[in-house]
Design a binder for this molecule. Structure first.
Ligand code: ATP
Ligand code: MG
Length: 389
């Protein structure tokens, strides 16, 4: 900022960073706005590490210590193609015009250490009143860029702010435009909504709008939303609470193109949501299939079923892991090479070991080599008897 100022340009911190600063929230990214043109910024930051990827839209990313600062030339966005991207960006020297293109009043404030807060659209007032209000005509702003519809809901969830009435009405009027938003952007916003401290009320209030991009949310009930609020802000946990039916959950995950890891975790949670866990054997069987942190699983179970005690189940599952109970084939006291002496087809070896594992987990056999070998031999004799009577 000061480098640009020293070179004779204006430069302000703008957008989310100013909003978060005023709210006392931590900021994860910094945006600045300047009247310097891209080539002029490049000259000022010639000795810095910069990323030029956004340069044709006027954005230069400067790496200061470990932080990335995005500096953008004052812009006005002209008409919008496809309800998402402006046809062209026009640089301007007028800071107010640059603020006017921003989505919400609370995101349209600037800050300069010497000049203080610059607030053309009464963002500070809306911050105080905890309101999300579009800059300008909300209908037009959502029509220009439908992503703003999701951003409004997301900020409402993250900040626990209400959405100002006209802006709220425009959300409903323009909700079908959400079809224009790329699914990756939908997912980013959706994740931020679910990772907000208490998104339940917001999910319920804007259920119809969210259903345009996630139709399965229409079937969610007030109880589902209340559970989401009770859960810690873990994306996988909250997704599995909203969509406890495994096939439905998987459909949502695929539609939103979640990462394989998230999708797998949600699949495991939902698939084992009713697994019996009252005996140690049952818990071993569950753990042998669970590729998740037991604490996360126990949290999920306890939220779905009040008769399950989260702490107790977590401790019970962890105890099994700590005691080294046999829950995987690799922990058996025999292995594949012990089967080589037996007349067992290679493809049958793993099946036999799995069968042994089940018996050991159910305490029907001790996990001792002699006992397991004896069982295998007996089984082999029986099989032969059956096959060659
Ligand atoms: P976050 O906390 O997610 O970073 P943010 O408001 O900072 O929230 P960014 O995506 O970092 O969001 O964008 C920075 C600023 O750019 C916003 O505060 C806003 O002024 C402007 N902006 C971002 N996206 C849009 C949009 N779709 N339409 C209009 N202005 C936008
Ligand atoms: Mg930001």
């Amino acid at each position: 900022m000061f480098l640009l100022n020293e070179a004779g340009y204006s430069c302000y911190l703008v957008g989310g960073a100013v909003r978060d600063l005023l709210l006392g929230r931590p900021t994860h990214d910094y945006d600045c706005t300047t009247d310097a043109r891209p080539e002029e910024m490049l000259a000022v930051f010639r000795d810095y590490r910069v990323l030029k990827t956004g340069l044709k839209h006027g954005t230069l990313t400067v790496l200061v210590d470990q932080t990335q600062v995005e500096i953008t030339t004052y812009r006005t966005d002209s008409t919008y193609q496809d309800h998402r991207h402006p046809d062209r960006v026009t640089f301007t020297t007028d800071l107010e015009q640059d603020c006017a293109r921003r989505d919400f009043t609370i995101n349209a404030m600037c800050f300069h250490p010497y000049e203080g807060i610059i607030d053309f659209f009464h963002g500070t007032e809306d911050l105080q009143n905890r309101l999300i209000r579009a800059v300008g005509d909300p209908l037009q702003r959502f029509e220009e860029d439908a992503l703003r519809i999701l951003r409004a809901i997301r900020f409402s969830a993250q900040l626990d702010f209400a959405i100002e009435e006209k802006t709220r009405q425009a959300l409903y009027a323009k909700k079908e435009d959400l079809h224009y938003v790329a699914i990756e952007r939908v997912e980013q916003e959706w994740r931020k909504i679910l990772e907000s401290p208490h998104p339940g009320a917001c999910l319920e209030a804007y259920q119809d709008i969210l259903a345009v991009v996630i139709p399965q949310i229409s079937a969610c009930t007030g109880q589902d939303f209340a559970r989401v609020d009770q859960a810690e802000p873990d994306y996988r946990l909250r997704m599995a609470l909203l969509f406890p039916d495994p096939s439905k959950a998987d459909l949502v995950c695929r539609q939103l193109r979640l990462s394989n890891a998230d999708r797998q975790a949600i699949r495991t949670l939902t698939a084992y949501r009713e697994a019996p866990v009252s005996t140690r054997s049952q818990r071993r069987q569950l753990l042998s299939r669970l590729d998740l942190d037991p604490g996360l699983y126990a949290t999920y179970r306890a939220l779905l079923d009040p008769s399950v005690d989260r702490r107790e189940l977590t401790e019970q599952l962890e105890q099994i892991l700590q005691d080294g109970d046999c829950i995987h084939v690799s922990q058996l006291a025999v292995n594949g090479s012990d089967l080589l002496d037996l007349p067992v087809a290679p493809e049958q070896r793993h099946v036999l070991l799995e069968e042994l594992l089940e018996l050991v987990m159910q305490d029907e056999l001790p996990n001792r080599r002699d006992a397991l070998l004896a069982w295998l031999k007996k089984k082999n004799r029986l099989n032969r008897k059956i096959r060659f009577p």
